[in-house]
Design a protein around this ligand. Structure first.
Ligand code: UDP
Ligand code: MG
Length: 322
């Protein structure tokens, strides 16, 4: 295989404090990989400015002028981490053979890049960076993050445990990703849907070396909610099940009341209470049923690709195998 052109995609939002150091470390990494002939000399670091309010874009422009290894892309306004990342990946798709996405604060150990590239050379199209431990996170962040993964799993969203957005994607995987047209973007849920050969690489996650998190609790909750509602109709199904359960229970109690009336047993559930519960159950079940249809529409509206072709065996008219 020829030396692949690598593009490291880094979304940045108000990252003036970390960018100079990040740029230094990433250019060292790339130069090292170019020198030992792992990647092509055309490889680049692509900084995506997600509508920052500070000097982030000026710094990116400066870096690009100083060293052609740095490329920059600027979004028209702040669109959030996932959109900025997608913009970076889609830009990279045309310019590279393989892209690696990572955060600007370098909390993800950049030495894992070497191993990711090794897995790529062994044939993996997607390599997930997975945190081996969360020792550097605060207890709160650790607990909420772990709860997040468990909850997502329960809700039927297929995501890789302890994997954030540090991953390698080949050009083919990027092309497949470009076929997903959803607006509510949750890349961690979409990428596993793509398929192809995948691998994982473990690394230790460090602390942010400067600046503060751009993901406060509020954004994190919104992100989790987006993840669930963009991937699963299970919440709707829960309503249906709850409604049917209440409906059945109150019907059973009604039957008991009838028997109690016939045999003059003193205890009964009371007509008013029961009818309230019955109607409540009926409404929930009906709502859930409507939800099931909305769920179907939601699947259709997303118009996700139904397959990605991995290999095509074909002999053309001239009988030469391809
Ligand atoms: N980020 C972004 N747009 C936003 C918020 C964050 O591009 O609206 C970027 C940010 O610059 C960083 C990455 O997303 O490169 C992850 O953010 P952060 O490190 O603050 O999140 P945490 O590690 O605390 O979860
Ligand atoms: Mg971070």
């Amino acid at each position: 295989m020829d030396k692949p052109v690598l593009m490291i995609v880094v979304p940045c939002y108000n990252e003036e404090e970390v960018l100079p150091e990040t740029a230094k470390r990433l250019s060292e990494k790339l130069s090292f990989l170019m020198k030992n002939e792992t990647i092509s000399g055309q490889s680049r670091v692509l900084f995506v400015d997600d509508g920052s309010k500070d000097r982030t874009w000026e710094i990116i422009c400066g870096l690009h002028q100083q060293n052609p290894i740095f490329s920059g892309a600027k979004l028209s306004r702040n669109r959030g981490h996932q959109n900025a990342l997608l913009c970076g990946l889609m830009t990279a798709k045309a310019l590279c053979d393989v892209a690696i996405s990572m955060d600007a604060d370098l909390q993800d150990d950049i030495d894992a890049v070497d191993e990711m590239l090794e897995k790529y050379k062994e044939g993996a199209e997607i390599v997930y960076g997975v945190r081996s431990s969360r020792q550097t996170d605060t207890a709160f962040k650790r607990a909420t993050a772990q709860g997040f993964y468990r909850f997502m799993e329960r809700m039927g969203v297929d995501i890789v445990y302890n994997h954030a957005d540090y991953r390698l994607m080949s050009k083919r995987a990027l092309n497949a990703l470009s076929e997903y047209r959803e607006v509510n973007l949750f890349l961690r849920g979409i990428v596993p849907l793509i398929g192809f050969r995948t691998a994982t690489v473990e690394y230790e996650r460090g602390e942010r070396f400067a600046g503060e998190s751009k993901y406060p609790l509020k954004k994190m909750l919104a992100f989790a909610f987006d993840g669930i509602t963009s991937f699963s109709v299970r919440p709707i199904r829960l309503i249906t099940v709850l409604g049917i359960l209440i409906l059945c229970l109150s019907a059973l109690c009604g039957v008991y009341d009838l028997i109690a009336l016939i045999f003059s047993i003193p205890f009964s559930f009371g007509l008013l209470g029961l009818s309230v519960w019955f109607c409540c159950g009926l409404q929930l079940a009906a709502l859930g049923l409507v939800g099931e249809y909305v769920g179907k529409i939601y699947g259709e509206v997303k118009a996700r690709p139904r397959y990605h072709l991995e290999t095509l065996l074909h002999t053309g008219e001239d009988e030469s195998p391809r």
